[in-house]
Design a protein around this ligand. Sequence first.
Ligand code: SF4
Length: 387
Amino acid sequence: MEPIDRLRLLSQQMAFEPDADLRPDGTPLVPPDCLARRADELYVRPAVMPNGRRIRLLKTQLSSFCERDCHYCAFRAGRDFRRAAFPPEEFARLFLELHRRGIAEGLFLSSGLAGGGVRTQDRLIAVAEILRLRFHYRGYLHLKIMPGAERAQVERAMQLADRVSVNLEAPNRGRLARLAPHKAFDDELLAPLRWIEETRRSQPAQRGWNGRWPSSTTQFVAGGADESDLELLQATDFLYRLLHLQRAYFMAFSPVPDTPLAAHPPTPPRRQLRLYQASFLLRDYGFSVEEMPFEEDGNLPEQIDPKLAWAQQNLAGAPVEVNRADRELLLRVPGIGRRGVEAILRARREGRLRDLSALKKLGVQTERAAPFLLFDGRRSPTQPALF
Ligand code: SF4
Protein backbone atom coordinates (compact mmCIF):
# COMPACT_ATOMS: atom_id res chain seq x y z
CA MET A 1 0.00 0.00 0.00
CA GLU A 2 1.18 3.53 -0.74
CA PRO A 3 1.99 5.55 2.41
CA ILE A 4 -0.96 7.90 1.89
CA ASP A 5 -3.32 4.92 1.53
CA ARG A 6 -1.96 3.39 4.70
CA LEU A 7 -2.50 6.70 6.46
CA ARG A 8 -6.05 6.90 5.12
CA LEU A 9 -6.73 3.43 6.47
CA LEU A 10 -5.17 4.09 9.87
CA SER A 11 -6.70 7.51 10.36
CA GLN A 12 -10.19 6.42 9.29
CA GLN A 13 -10.02 3.60 11.80
CA MET A 14 -9.63 6.25 14.51
CA ALA A 15 -13.27 7.12 13.97
CA PHE A 16 -13.85 4.10 16.24
CA GLU A 17 -12.48 6.27 19.03
CA PRO A 18 -14.74 9.31 19.10
CA ASP A 19 -14.33 12.08 21.63
CA ALA A 20 -16.28 15.14 22.47
CA ASP A 21 -14.42 17.82 20.57
CA LEU A 22 -16.60 20.20 18.66
CA ARG A 23 -17.06 20.83 15.00
CA PRO A 24 -17.01 24.47 13.88
CA ASP A 25 -20.82 24.54 13.96
CA GLY A 26 -20.77 23.41 17.59
CA THR A 27 -22.25 19.95 17.02
CA PRO A 28 -20.59 17.41 19.27
CA LEU A 29 -19.70 13.87 18.33
CA VAL A 30 -18.63 12.52 14.99
CA PRO A 31 -21.39 10.12 14.01
CA PRO A 32 -20.21 6.52 13.63
CA ASP A 33 -21.20 6.40 9.98
CA CYS A 34 -18.58 9.04 9.14
CA LEU A 35 -16.32 6.12 8.31
CA ALA A 36 -18.31 5.32 5.21
CA ARG A 37 -18.85 8.93 4.19
CA ARG A 38 -15.17 9.71 4.52
CA ALA A 39 -13.95 6.67 2.66
CA ASP A 40 -11.60 8.73 0.50
CA GLU A 41 -10.45 11.13 3.16
CA LEU A 42 -7.93 11.26 5.91
CA TYR A 43 -9.50 11.51 9.34
CA VAL A 44 -8.71 15.19 9.77
CA ARG A 45 -11.25 16.93 11.95
CA PRO A 46 -11.70 20.25 13.70
CA ALA A 47 -10.46 20.22 17.28
CA VAL A 48 -10.56 22.91 19.94
CA MET A 49 -7.20 23.74 21.48
CA PRO A 50 -6.83 24.65 25.17
CA ASN A 51 -6.50 28.33 24.11
CA GLY A 52 -9.82 28.12 22.24
CA ARG A 53 -8.24 28.07 18.77
CA ARG A 54 -9.67 25.54 16.34
CA ILE A 55 -7.29 23.55 14.19
CA ARG A 56 -7.48 20.72 11.69
CA LEU A 57 -6.25 17.72 13.65
CA LEU A 58 -5.09 14.49 12.05
CA LYS A 59 -6.10 11.65 14.38
CA THR A 60 -4.34 8.45 13.58
CA GLN A 61 -2.54 5.38 14.84
CA LEU A 62 1.02 4.56 13.96
CA SER A 63 -0.03 0.92 13.80
CA SER A 64 -3.36 -0.89 13.99
CA PHE A 65 -1.65 -4.19 14.81
CA CYS A 66 -2.29 -5.04 18.45
CA GLU A 67 -1.33 -7.97 20.66
CA ARG A 68 -3.91 -7.25 23.40
CA ASP A 69 -7.49 -8.45 23.40
CA CYS A 70 -9.57 -5.73 25.04
CA HIS A 71 -13.17 -6.84 24.84
CA TYR A 72 -14.64 -3.65 23.42
CA CYS A 73 -11.95 -2.75 20.92
CA ALA A 74 -12.05 -2.93 17.14
CA PHE A 75 -8.26 -3.39 17.02
CA ARG A 76 -8.05 -6.37 19.38
CA ALA A 77 -5.72 -9.21 18.46
CA GLY A 78 -7.22 -11.83 16.21
CA ARG A 79 -10.04 -9.64 14.89
CA ASP A 80 -10.20 -9.84 11.14
CA PHE A 81 -9.85 -6.46 9.46
CA ARG A 82 -7.31 -4.72 7.28
CA ARG A 83 -4.37 -3.52 9.38
CA ALA A 84 -1.49 -1.20 8.58
CA ALA A 85 1.59 0.27 10.24
CA PHE A 86 4.27 2.92 9.69
CA PRO A 87 7.91 3.06 10.69
CA PRO A 88 8.44 6.32 12.63
CA GLU A 89 10.60 8.04 10.02
CA GLU A 90 8.18 7.38 7.16
CA PHE A 91 5.23 8.54 9.21
CA ALA A 92 6.97 11.73 10.37
CA ARG A 93 7.90 12.68 6.81
CA LEU A 94 4.38 12.05 5.53
CA PHE A 95 2.76 14.03 8.32
CA LEU A 96 5.16 16.89 7.80
CA GLU A 97 4.21 17.03 4.13
CA LEU A 98 0.53 17.19 5.07
CA HIS A 99 1.34 19.91 7.56
CA ARG A 100 3.32 21.93 5.02
CA ARG A 101 0.41 21.73 2.59
CA GLY A 102 -2.01 22.94 5.27
CA ILE A 103 -4.02 19.70 5.24
CA ALA A 104 -3.35 18.93 8.90
CA GLU A 105 -2.36 21.59 11.44
CA GLY A 106 -1.92 19.22 14.38
CA LEU A 107 -1.44 15.56 15.19
CA PHE A 108 -3.07 13.11 17.62
CA LEU A 109 -0.97 9.96 17.57
CA SER A 110 -1.83 6.63 19.16
CA SER A 111 -0.99 3.03 18.35
CA GLY A 112 -1.96 -0.57 18.83
CA LEU A 113 0.47 -2.48 21.02
CA ALA A 114 3.07 -4.51 19.16
CA GLY A 115 6.11 -5.88 20.97
CA GLY A 116 5.00 -4.55 24.37
CA GLY A 117 4.23 -1.12 25.76
CA VAL A 118 7.86 -0.03 26.00
CA ARG A 119 8.71 -0.74 22.36
CA THR A 120 5.46 0.75 21.13
CA GLN A 121 6.01 3.89 23.21
CA ASP A 122 9.54 4.14 21.82
CA ARG A 123 8.11 4.30 18.30
CA LEU A 124 5.66 7.06 19.22
CA ILE A 125 8.45 9.02 20.89
CA ALA A 126 10.65 8.50 17.84
CA VAL A 127 7.99 10.15 15.65
CA ALA A 128 7.80 13.08 18.07
CA GLU A 129 11.58 13.46 18.22
CA ILE A 130 11.92 13.45 14.43
CA LEU A 131 9.15 16.03 14.09
CA ARG A 132 10.33 18.35 16.86
CA LEU A 133 14.12 18.00 16.73
CA ARG A 134 14.93 17.25 13.13
CA PHE A 135 12.09 18.99 11.28
CA HIS A 136 11.46 21.71 13.89
CA TYR A 137 7.71 21.09 13.83
CA ARG A 138 6.04 23.59 16.17
CA GLY A 139 2.41 22.55 15.72
CA TYR A 140 0.10 20.77 18.14
CA LEU A 141 1.03 17.23 19.14
CA HIS A 142 -1.03 14.88 21.34
CA LEU A 143 0.79 11.67 22.22
CA LYS A 144 -0.84 8.62 23.75
CA ILE A 145 0.95 6.89 26.61
CA MET A 146 0.87 3.16 26.05
CA PRO A 147 -0.04 0.64 28.76
CA GLY A 148 3.27 -0.60 30.17
CA ALA A 149 5.31 2.46 29.20
CA GLU A 150 8.18 3.30 31.56
CA ARG A 151 8.43 6.44 33.64
CA ALA A 152 11.38 7.81 31.65
CA GLN A 153 9.34 7.39 28.46
CA VAL A 154 6.42 9.27 29.96
CA GLU A 155 8.76 12.13 30.86
CA ARG A 156 10.26 12.11 27.36
CA ALA A 157 6.79 12.22 25.81
CA MET A 158 5.99 15.16 28.08
CA GLN A 159 9.04 17.04 26.80
CA LEU A 160 7.83 16.71 23.21
CA ALA A 161 4.03 16.91 23.29
CA ASP A 162 1.37 19.53 23.98
CA ARG A 163 -0.90 16.94 25.49
CA VAL A 164 -0.38 13.40 26.75
CA SER A 165 -3.15 10.97 27.59
CA VAL A 166 -3.65 7.61 29.17
CA ASN A 167 -6.98 5.89 28.58
CA LEU A 168 -8.15 4.46 31.89
CA GLU A 169 -11.14 2.93 30.05
CA ALA A 170 -12.90 2.02 33.34
CA PRO A 171 -13.28 3.76 36.70
CA ASN A 172 -11.62 1.03 38.79
CA ARG A 173 -9.80 -2.29 38.74
CA GLY A 174 -12.90 -4.45 38.91
CA ARG A 175 -14.65 -2.75 36.02
CA LEU A 176 -11.51 -2.75 33.89
CA ALA A 177 -11.26 -6.53 34.28
CA ARG A 178 -14.57 -6.80 32.42
CA LEU A 179 -13.43 -4.59 29.58
CA ALA A 180 -9.75 -5.40 29.22
CA PRO A 181 -8.67 -8.38 31.34
CA HIS A 182 -5.02 -8.04 30.35
CA LYS A 183 -4.61 -4.38 31.26
CA ALA A 184 -3.36 -3.64 34.78
CA PHE A 185 -5.38 -0.72 36.15
CA ASP A 186 -2.89 0.47 38.77
CA ASP A 187 0.47 -0.37 37.24
CA GLU A 188 -0.15 0.27 33.55
CA LEU A 189 -2.79 3.00 33.49
CA LEU A 190 -3.05 4.91 36.75
CA ALA A 191 0.69 4.94 37.43
CA PRO A 192 1.55 6.94 34.26
CA LEU A 193 -1.13 9.51 35.15
CA ARG A 194 0.49 9.85 38.58
CA TRP A 195 3.96 10.17 37.02
CA ILE A 196 2.72 12.96 34.76
CA GLU A 197 1.46 14.96 37.72
CA GLU A 198 4.57 14.19 39.82
CA THR A 199 6.79 15.36 36.97
CA ARG A 200 4.88 18.60 36.60
CA ARG A 201 5.16 19.24 40.35
CA SER A 202 8.70 18.07 40.98
CA GLN A 203 10.38 19.58 37.93
CA PRO A 204 8.71 22.92 37.38
CA ALA A 205 11.88 24.37 35.90
CA GLN A 206 12.42 21.64 33.34
CA ARG A 207 9.49 22.15 31.08
CA GLY A 208 8.24 20.82 27.79
CA TRP A 209 9.34 21.75 24.30
CA ASN A 210 7.54 25.11 24.30
CA GLY A 211 8.30 26.20 27.85
CA ARG A 212 5.47 24.48 29.68
CA TRP A 213 4.48 20.94 30.56
CA PRO A 214 1.71 19.35 28.50
CA SER A 215 -1.83 18.92 29.76
CA SER A 216 -3.10 15.41 30.45
CA THR A 217 -6.40 13.70 29.71
CA THR A 218 -8.04 10.31 29.93
CA GLN A 219 -10.94 8.48 28.37
CA PHE A 220 -13.55 6.11 29.77
CA VAL A 221 -15.62 3.62 27.80
CA ALA A 222 -18.92 4.63 29.40
CA GLY A 223 -21.35 1.76 29.87
CA GLY A 224 -19.14 -1.07 28.62
CA ALA A 225 -18.61 -2.62 32.06
CA ASP A 226 -22.08 -1.86 33.50
CA GLU A 227 -20.46 0.63 35.82
CA SER A 228 -22.57 3.43 37.31
CA ASP A 229 -22.24 7.15 36.71
CA LEU A 230 -21.28 7.42 40.37
CA GLU A 231 -18.23 5.21 39.81
CA LEU A 232 -17.23 7.15 36.69
CA LEU A 233 -17.63 10.52 38.38
CA GLN A 234 -15.78 9.45 41.53
CA ALA A 235 -12.84 8.47 39.35
CA THR A 236 -13.14 11.69 37.34
CA ASP A 237 -13.23 13.80 40.48
CA PHE A 238 -10.09 12.09 41.76
CA LEU A 239 -8.32 12.72 38.46
CA TYR A 240 -9.29 16.39 38.38
CA ARG A 241 -8.51 17.18 41.99
CA LEU A 242 -5.41 15.12 42.67
CA LEU A 243 -3.82 14.48 39.28
CA HIS A 244 -4.96 17.75 37.65
CA LEU A 245 -6.18 16.26 34.43
CA GLN A 246 -7.43 18.77 31.92
CA ARG A 247 -10.30 16.62 30.83
CA ALA A 248 -11.96 13.24 31.15
CA TYR A 249 -13.59 12.00 27.97
CA PHE A 250 -16.53 9.62 28.03
CA MET A 251 -16.86 7.43 24.97
CA ALA A 252 -20.36 5.98 24.90
CA PHE A 253 -19.88 2.23 24.55
CA SER A 254 -20.85 1.01 21.11
CA PRO A 255 -20.65 -2.73 20.40
CA VAL A 256 -18.13 -3.76 17.76
CA PRO A 257 -18.87 -6.88 15.69
CA ASP A 258 -16.64 -9.91 16.36
CA THR A 259 -15.71 -8.85 19.88
CA PRO A 260 -16.78 -10.41 23.21
CA LEU A 261 -19.03 -7.41 23.87
CA ALA A 262 -20.72 -7.50 20.46
CA ALA A 263 -24.09 -8.28 22.05
CA HIS A 264 -23.78 -5.75 24.88
CA PRO A 265 -26.29 -2.91 24.49
CA PRO A 266 -24.90 0.45 23.35
CA THR A 267 -24.81 3.36 25.78
CA PRO A 268 -27.38 6.05 24.95
CA PRO A 269 -25.78 9.32 23.80
CA ARG A 270 -27.89 11.12 26.44
CA ARG A 271 -25.97 9.31 29.19
CA GLN A 272 -22.70 10.48 27.69
CA LEU A 273 -24.01 14.06 27.61
CA ARG A 274 -25.05 13.94 31.29
CA LEU A 275 -21.63 12.59 32.27
CA TYR A 276 -19.93 15.48 30.50
CA GLN A 277 -22.26 18.00 32.15
CA ALA A 278 -21.62 16.49 35.57
CA SER A 279 -17.86 16.35 35.01
CA PHE A 280 -17.83 20.07 34.18
CA LEU A 281 -19.77 20.76 37.38
CA LEU A 282 -17.00 18.96 39.27
CA ARG A 283 -14.16 20.63 37.43
CA ASP A 284 -15.41 24.19 36.95
CA TYR A 285 -18.43 24.87 39.16
CA GLY A 286 -17.35 23.81 42.64
CA PHE A 287 -19.70 20.84 42.95
CA SER A 288 -18.71 17.65 44.76
CA VAL A 289 -19.60 14.11 43.70
CA GLU A 290 -21.88 13.80 46.74
CA GLU A 291 -23.96 16.71 45.47
CA MET A 292 -24.71 15.11 42.12
CA PRO A 293 -28.40 14.16 41.79
CA PHE A 294 -27.84 10.41 41.47
CA GLU A 295 -30.77 8.05 41.38
CA GLU A 296 -30.88 4.92 43.54
CA ASP A 297 -28.91 2.88 41.01
CA GLY A 298 -26.05 5.40 41.11
CA ASN A 299 -26.83 6.87 37.70
CA LEU A 300 -27.74 10.42 36.80
CA PRO A 301 -31.26 11.00 35.54
CA GLU A 302 -31.04 11.08 31.76
CA GLN A 303 -33.96 13.43 31.20
CA ILE A 304 -32.59 16.42 33.08
CA ASP A 305 -29.34 18.35 33.17
CA PRO A 306 -27.64 17.63 36.54
CA LYS A 307 -27.23 21.32 37.39
CA LEU A 308 -30.95 21.90 36.91
CA ALA A 309 -31.80 18.77 38.91
CA TRP A 310 -29.57 19.97 41.78
CA ALA A 311 -31.15 23.43 41.69
CA GLN A 312 -34.66 22.02 41.76
CA GLN A 313 -33.76 20.07 44.90
CA ASN A 314 -31.77 22.80 46.63
CA LEU A 315 -32.60 26.26 45.31
CA ALA A 316 -36.29 26.12 44.46
CA GLY A 317 -37.20 26.82 48.11
CA ALA A 318 -34.20 29.07 48.76
CA PRO A 319 -33.68 31.29 45.73
CA VAL A 320 -30.39 33.13 45.27
CA GLU A 321 -30.18 36.89 45.80
CA VAL A 322 -28.69 38.26 42.59
CA ASN A 323 -27.37 41.40 44.28
CA ARG A 324 -25.79 39.68 47.28
CA ALA A 325 -24.80 36.12 46.41
CA ASP A 326 -21.12 35.27 46.20
CA ARG A 327 -19.41 33.89 43.12
CA GLU A 328 -19.69 30.25 44.26
CA LEU A 329 -23.44 30.45 44.81
CA LEU A 330 -24.13 32.30 41.56
CA LEU A 331 -22.24 29.58 39.70
CA ARG A 332 -24.75 27.03 40.96
CA VAL A 333 -27.73 28.71 39.31
CA PRO A 334 -28.81 27.02 36.04
CA GLY A 335 -28.41 29.36 33.09
CA ILE A 336 -25.51 31.24 34.69
CA GLY A 337 -22.10 30.16 33.47
CA ARG A 338 -18.67 31.34 34.50
CA ARG A 339 -18.74 34.33 32.14
CA GLY A 340 -22.22 35.24 33.35
CA VAL A 341 -21.05 35.22 36.97
CA GLU A 342 -18.14 37.54 36.19
CA ALA A 343 -20.49 39.86 34.24
CA ILE A 344 -22.92 39.95 37.19
CA LEU A 345 -20.13 40.74 39.67
CA ARG A 346 -18.86 43.55 37.41
CA ALA A 347 -22.35 44.96 36.90
CA ARG A 348 -23.01 44.92 40.68
CA ARG A 349 -20.08 47.28 41.18
CA GLU A 350 -21.94 49.81 38.99
CA GLY A 351 -25.34 49.49 40.65
CA ARG A 352 -28.16 47.13 41.59
CA LEU A 353 -29.56 44.60 39.18
CA ARG A 354 -33.31 45.08 39.14
CA ASP A 355 -34.81 42.37 36.96
CA LEU A 356 -34.30 39.56 34.48
CA SER A 357 -33.89 41.90 31.52
CA ALA A 358 -30.73 43.29 33.17
CA LEU A 359 -29.39 39.78 33.51
CA LYS A 360 -30.27 38.89 29.94
CA LYS A 361 -28.08 41.75 28.74
CA LEU A 362 -25.22 40.16 30.68
CA GLY A 363 -25.57 36.87 28.79
CA VAL A 364 -27.56 34.92 31.40
CA GLN A 365 -30.09 32.34 30.13
CA THR A 366 -32.89 33.94 32.06
CA GLU A 367 -35.54 31.32 31.21
CA ARG A 368 -33.46 28.71 33.05
CA ALA A 369 -32.27 30.97 35.85
CA ALA A 370 -35.53 32.78 36.69
CA PRO A 371 -37.09 30.19 39.07
CA PHE A 372 -34.01 30.28 41.29
CA LEU A 373 -33.39 34.04 41.61
CA LEU A 374 -34.51 36.94 43.76
CA PHE A 375 -33.88 40.63 43.17
CA ASP A 376 -33.66 42.32 46.59
CA GLY A 377 -36.18 39.96 48.11
CA ARG A 378 -38.57 39.89 45.14
CA ARG A 379 -39.04 37.72 42.16
CA SER A 380 -38.55 39.61 38.93
CA PRO A 381 -41.77 40.52 37.17
CA THR A 382 -42.09 38.78 33.83
CA GLN A 383 -40.51 40.63 30.95
CA PRO A 384 -42.39 43.91 30.35
CA ALA A 385 -44.78 43.76 27.44
CA LEU A 386 -43.73 45.68 24.37
CA PHE A 387 -46.00 48.58 23.42
S1 SF4 B 1 -4.47 -2.30 23.74
FE1 SF4 B 1 -5.56 -0.60 22.80
S2 SF4 B 1 -5.62 -1.04 20.60
FE2 SF4 B 1 -5.07 -2.94 21.66
S3 SF4 B 1 -6.99 -4.05 21.97
FE3 SF4 B 1 -6.63 -2.84 23.82
S4 SF4 B 1 -7.70 -0.86 23.50
FE4 SF4 B 1 -7.49 -1.92 21.50
